[in-house]
Design a protein around this ligand. Structure first.
Ligand code: FAD
Length: 141
């Protein structure tokens, strides 16, 4: 039984490269152990993350993440049962914003700034799917 969960949140304080790197390092270690895969995107103080895996591990992880003081306004954008993973290659891939084409954001949203609070869940998901397909993701499994 696999599920996919997508949420958005706002960084509670200035998230610098070291903080982001610590979150990704911990995520990759924990997720590999619990069979969770996914992507994390951070831009302009906003996180967008998709988690895939077994229902219980994903639900437990989401509750742990939601209570993390490093972010706030955690908003569940979509939750679905799936037959296969879309992001199986990443224990937690990071969207490489240096390779993020503003035209891709404009394709899915009103402005070239990442704002999942102003996008529907399916549209945010479509954006992440396209980022993964266009090799804009870095990070080992
Ligand atoms: P520990 O690392 O030992 O942490 C124990 C407690 O301390 C936790 O409550 C944790 O929230 C808190 N904590 C740890 N470091 C800090 C810090 N620098 N500042 C404030 N509080 C801190 N974890 C994953 O396992 N997988 C993910 O995919 C994942 N994605 C995340 C995405 C975002 C946007 C954020 C903000 C966090 C994410 N985390 C993720 C981290 C998650 O919220 C927990 O911190 C982590 O899972 C706890 O790991 P642990 O049980 O090994 O405990």
């Amino acid at each position: 039984m696999l599920v996919r969960l997508l949420y958005a949140s706002r960084a509670a304080a200035a998230v610098d490269a070291d903080t982001l790197s610590a979150i990704l390092k911990k995520s990759r270690a924990n997720n590999a152990a619990s069979g969770v895969t996914g992507l994390l995107c951070f831009s302009s103080g906003i996180f967008l993350q998709v988690l895939e895996g077994g229902r219980l591990p994903v639900n437990k992880l989401y509750h742990r993440i939601a209570s993390d003081p490093r972010h706030t306004d955690v908003a569940l954008l979509s939750y679905s049962e799936i037959t296969e993973r879309s992001f199986a290659g990443w224990s937690m891939g990071q969207v490489n914003l240096a390779r993020l084409n503003p035209a891709l954001l404009l394709k899915y949203s009103e402005s070239a700034t990442l704002d999942p609070y102003a996008m529907s869940g399916p549209v945010s998901m479509a954006l992440l799917d396209e980022l993964a397909a266009t090799a804009s993701v870095v990070g080992c499994t």
